[in-house]
Ligand binder design. Structure first.
Ligand code: NDP
Length: 322
């Protein structure tokens, strides 16, 4: 029996759901990016679709995949995929919007409250047996806060909706005002930070947003300021943030994303007023399964009739979507 050559490559590490889902579609290769680049994987010539989660997918990889038509990225953020290189080669890119929005918004509220009410610190205090020596110190409050949302897309809007229930005031910033949002709009991060005391950033990564939150933005947020980042680590000047937290320029920060993940530097690790999370905003069994399913569905539809279910905006604009 002659078996069909593999049309799908799953870049590893990948979830079981993604691996099994792709395998159900037909013959599948599995390899790390390094193995592909080192020429250690046979049968790549027929690969039409790559499934990728948190892996750099760029021109070097495309060189090894002459028949590639689709990069199906697991995650709504696709800054590790070189979309320009893909588009130049006529390769479509899909991502996983919407299916994670509520999960990430829930997490963002949790991180915000954890940061303001010092929940991690309070639990460490109890576990260390320090309660018997006296009560935990008083924390900051969400009461009366003015919250600014930087990056008011799908997730930013879901965060805002939840925050309305907490009775805080809201404002936002983005590249343009959005007619469906009634909150005050500020054209840039610094102006938004100057008008609020709590800044929640849910920006995509990439060159345009690199270090958008810098020392000036943090200074504008002020000494009672709380900064929460659930977007991408690259959007923040991390050294400036550590300095601002250490010197009282702002009060506290809650971070799910970092500039050099999974490495987090000592300048942040040693700060009690920073709540640090290992990029887990969408990390539930339910939502990761939904994300993997959407990757697999994109590949299935593409291989069957050359359509993308959830193309990135660049692919939608740059390729004839069949
Ligand atoms: P959307 O594309 O719906 O929203 C992105 C928002 O960012 C838009 O409102 C856009 O506004 C704004 N934006 C884009 N570029 C700029 C810029 N240069 N300056 C100011 N604002 C900008 O994406 P989602 O809400 O679905 O996801 C947002 C990001 O969250 C993802 O790209 C990902 O990086 C991150 N994320 C992180 C997760 C985690 O685990 N921590 C999980 C899921 C997502 P406009 O176009 O109007 O300027």
């Amino acid at each position: 029996m002659i078996s069909k050559p593999a049309e799908i490559l799953v870049l590893t590490p990948a979830s079981e759901a993604l691996i099994k889902g792709c395998a159900r579609l037909g013959p599948c290769l599995r390899a790390t990016r390094a193995e592909v680049l080192a020429g250690r994987v046979e049968g790549l010539a027929a690969v039409r679709a790559v499934a990728a989660w948190d892996v750099v997918v760029d021109g070097a990889l495309f060189e090894r995949l002459p028949a590639l038509e689709l990069v199906a990225n697991q995650g709504v953020g696709y800054d590790k995929v070189d979309v320009a290189a893909a588009t130049a080669r006529g390769i479509a890119v899909t991502h996983t919007p919407d299916v994670l929005t509520d999960e990430v918004a829930d997490f963002t509220l949790g991180l915000l409250i954890m940061t303001i009410r010092r929940l991690g610190e309070a639990e460490r205090f109890l576990r260390a047996g320090r309660w018997e020596a006296g009560p935990f110190p008083l924390s900051h409050t969400l009461r009366g806060r003015r919250v600014g949302i930087l990056g008011t897309g799908r997730i930013g809007k879901a965060v805002a909706t939840r925050l309305e229930g907490f009775g805080v005031s809201l404002a936002y910033s983005g590249r343009r005002p959005q007619p469906d949002l009634a909150y005050p709009y500020f054209p840039d991060a610094r102006q938004l930070a100057g008008a609020v005391d709590t800044l929640i950033s849910i920006l995509p990564g990439g060159a345009e947003t690199r270090r958008l939150v810098d020392a000036e933005v943090l200074a504008a947020l002020g000494a009672d300021g709380v900064f929460v980042n659930v977007g991408r680590g690259s959007t923040v000047d991390e050294a400036a943030l550590a300095t601002a937290l250490r010197t009282g320029v702002i009060a506290a920060a809650g971070l799910d994303v970092f500039e050099h993940e999974p490495h987090v530097g000592p300048e942040l690790l040693e700060l009690e007023n920073a709540v640090l999370m290992p990029h887990v905003a969408s990390a539930t069994v339910h939502t990761r399964a939904a994300m993997s399913k959407l990757v697999v569905d994109n590949i299935a539809v593409w291989l069957a009739d050359g359509r993308a279910l959830t193309p990135t905006p660049e692919t939608r604009a740059g390729l004839p979507v069949r």
